[in-house]
Design a protein around this ligand. Structure first.
Ligand SMILES: C[S@@+](CC[C@H](N)C(=O)[O-])C[C@H]1O[C@@H](n2cnc3c(N)ncnc32)[C@H](O)[C@@H]1O
Length: 257
């Protein structure tokens, strides 16, 4: 919501409460003051990518794994079916609030299915069956945005196998991750410190970075586009200078089965 003209997220403001704003401020002060800008760029990239595919009738259902509080269903076409997947507490809060806002007329009505999941589980059979039934043979776009950092390698491989089982030829998959080279930068070290400092007692955290060739060699998929925060900044805000070493540079990959 820090720059709606850039992000195109005209509903993010609905989530603001002073406690959330204080948390966001604490986070950008500790990690990088460019984080709000980077999030606006990321949202805009997927907003434009999805809109473009919808206009050409290439997708009928958006499946957002680790949807968090992003607002794509309300920013995009009514004609799509939206499947929002996350941990039970996130999904139930999001469902409760968005339903309330739909009834109050603050959000447009959308066809949304909320699914509870835990991507750390060894078996994702139940999740597979649930999503397959909801997808119901329609052309999908699977989005995995801002999630991989929090998962282990095995969880990630299990998820990508699940995506491949769910999708048929011509369907789309998009993923966001950090490349291993970023680990050397101070800004990444600040992120790790921040996350570890906010963990519950006894909670363990193993972050994950993903090399480009994971995507370029992903079986059954072709890499269509690869962007990062810096390339998106040059695309959407060509006159804005940003110091590269202060940006938590995320990479966005768009693939087609
Ligand atoms: C940084 S947020 C990103 C949210 C959203 N995709 C976005 O880009 O704004 C990461 C999300 O991944 C979810 N997540 C992390 N680990 C998960 C797990 N093991 N199972 C299910 N969801 C998980 C979190 O609950 C959170 O909503």
């Amino acid at each position: 919501m820090s720059d709606v003209a850039l992000s195109k997220d005209r509903y993010a403001y609905l989530w603001t409460r002073s406690s959330i704003e204080a948390h966001a401020n604490r986070y950008s002060t500790a990690v990088s003051s460019y984080e709000p800008y980077a999030h606006c760029l990321r949202n805009r990239y997927f907003y434009d990518t999805l809109n473009n595919l919808i206009t050409h009738n290439n997708i009928e259902v958006l499946i957002n794994f680790g949807c968090g509080f992003s607002m794509y269903p309300f920013l995009l076409e009514n004609s799509l079916h939206y499947i929002e997947i996350d941990k039970p507490d996130v999904v139930s809060h999001k469902k409760e609030m968005t339903t309330k806002w739909e009834i109050a007329g603050e959000l447009p009505h959308r066809n949304i299915s909320y699914v509870e999941a835990d991507f750390n589980r060894k078996s994702q059979d139940k999740l597979y069956k649930k999503v397959l039934a909801l997808k119901n043979g329609r052309k999908s776009f699977i989005l995995l945005e801002g999630v991989l950092f929090f998962l282990g390698r095995e969880d990630m491989e299990r998820l990508f196998k699940l995506f491949s089982k769910l999708q048929g030829p011509g369907e789309y998959l998009a993923s966001v991750s950090f490349i291993p080279q970023l680990e050397k930068q101070l800004v990444f070290k600040s992120l790790i410190e921040y996350v570890e400092g906010n963990l519950e007692k006894n909670e363990r955290f193993q972050y994950q970075t993903v090399p480009d060739d994971f995507y370029s060699s992903l079986e059954g998929y072709k890499l269509l586009d690869h962007q990062d925060t810096l390339s998106l900044s040059a695309l959407y805000m060509p006159n804005r200078d940003i110091p590269e070493e202060e940006v938590l540079n995320e990479h966005m990959y768009l693939l087609k089965k």
